[in-house]
Design a protein around this ligand. Sequence first.
Ligand code: FES
Length: 115
Amino acid sequence: MTSDKRQMTNITQPSNFSTIDQPSFPTCVRVCQNRTCKKQGAAKVLAAFTTLAIPGVTVTDSSCLGQCGNGPMVLVLPDMVWYSRVQPDEVSLLVEQHLLGGQRVKQMLYYRFHS
Ligand code: FES
């Protein structure tokens, strides 16, 4: 019974949880290479990403991201930022502004998930 009281008391004590470092996940760019996105030029978009060396960023192909018809779809993790209808000549802007500069490219954001 004494230990139960101690536990209940501890719940009301200030927590130092916020001082604990949260794990950080590396940035990953997923470029859909499934059928519909591929018909819309996704292979060239992936190629444009892979020709650029982006420090600390992994670029991978992806199976269907579930947004067929709005591609080529690009998903930036872990932030869950979606880009739609990405064209190969827009990749350098996305890399410079978002991946290196930390600012989303508003005009390329996927309207269903970002307003
Ligand atoms: S084929 Fe790319 S989102 Fe489905």
